[in-house]
Design a binder for this molecule. Structure first.
Ligand SMILES: O=C(O)c1cccc(C(=O)CC[C@H]2O[C@@H](n3cnc4c(=O)[nH]cnc43)[C@H](O)[C@@H]2O)c1
Length: 227
C-alpha cells in the first residue's frame, strides 16, 4: 500500500525513520505542532503522494478514568474539534448549535465531529489490541483537572491532542482513508511535566504504527481492510 504517516515533532517519528518497510511505500511527514501545520502538510502529502491511507500518530494526554494509563496506545473512532465554537456565560457551544459547518459535501455537513471509518478502526484495534474512542483536538493543551472534567462532561473523550481533527478533516475533504493512533504521554490533570513520559509514549505509538503497517496487505494484494 501507499501510506503517508504524519506526526508533529521529531521524537514522535525517530523510530519510524529508522525502519525499513517491505511491501509498502511509506512516506513520513513531520508536520510541526498544531492544527494549521498538520492540515498544511496533510494536504501537501495527499496532493503529492496520493496515499491509499494516511496514518496520523504521535503522543496525547489521556483523560482521567478512561482506562488509559501512561504508555498505552489508543485508536481514534472520531476526532472532535474541542474549541471551535462560542463560549457563552453558561459554557461552550459547538458549531452545530450556531449553525456554521466547517465543511459541506453535497447534503452532508461536518461541524466539530469527524468520524473515522469504523471498519478501519475495528481493523486497527483488532491488530493492536488497544482501546478506541473519541479523541479531542485542542489549540490549548489542558493544564488543570477542573478543565479536564469539563471536557469529559462535554465530549466524553479518551484523550486530547493538538493535530488529529485537522488531519481527519483534510482526509474527509479529499476522500482519503485515515487512521489515528497515539501513545499516552500524560494524564490530563493539573499540569506537572514531571509526570509526563514523552519518550515512552512516542516509542510505543511508533511500534504500534510499525505493527499496523506490517499487518496490512502488500502492494500486490490491494484489498483493504483485509477480509
Ligand atoms: O505544558 C508544557 O509546557 C508542555 C511541554 C512539552 C510538551 C507539551 C505539549 O503540549 C506537547 C504537545 C504535543 O503533544 C501532543 N500532546 C501530548 N499531550 C497532550 C495533552 O495533554 N494535551 C494536548 N496535546 C498533547 C500534542 O498533539 C502536541 O503535538 C506541553
Amino acid at each position: 500500500m501507499n501510506i503517508a504517516v504524519l506526526y508533529a515533532v521529531a521524537v514522535e517519528g525517530w523510530l519510524l525513520n529508522e525502519t525499513r518497510f517491505s511491501g509498502h511505500s511509506v512516506c513520513l511527514y513531520e508536520t510541526g505542532m498544531g492544527k494549521v501545520n498538520a492540515a498544511h502538510v496533510c494536504t501537501l502529502a495527499i496532493e503529492r503522494q496520493r496515499p491509499d491511507l494516511v496514518i496520523s500518530t504521535g503522543i496525547c494526554g489521556a483523560y482521567p478514568d478512561t482506562g488509559l494509563v501512561r504508555g498505552d496506545v489508543a485508536v481514534a473512532r472520531r476526532e472532535i474539534y474541542g474549541d471551535e465554537g462560542v463560549v457563552l456565560a453558561d459554557g461552550f457551544v459547538g458549531l452545530e448549535e450556531i449553525g456554521i459547518a466547517l465543511f459541506r459535501d453535497g447534503q452532508r455537513e461536518w461541524f466539530n465531529v469527524f468520524d473515522l471509518d469504523q471498519q478501519l478502526v475495528d481493523y486497527a484495534t483488532g491488530q493492536l489490541g488497544c482501546l478506541s474512542g473519541t479523541f479531542l483536538t485542542l489549540s490549548t493543551c489542558t493544564g488543570t483537572l477542573a478543565r479536564a472534567m469539563q471536557y469529559k462532561e462535554m465530549f466524553a473523550p479518551l484523550c486530547e491532542n493538538m493535530e488529529g481533527a485537522a488531519i481527519a478533516h483534510v482526509c474527509v475533504m479529499t476522500h482519503t482513508p485515515v487512521l489515528e493512533l497515539r501513545g499516552v504521554s500524560n494524564i490530563v490533570q493539573d499540569r506537572d511535566l514531571g509526570t509526563w513520559d514523552i519518550k515512552e509514549a512516542a516509542k510505543n505509538s511508533q511500534q504500534a504504527v510499525i505493527r499496523l503497517i506490517n499487518s496490512l496487505p502488500s502492494e500486490a494484494t490491494r484489498q483493504f481492510p483485509p477480509a
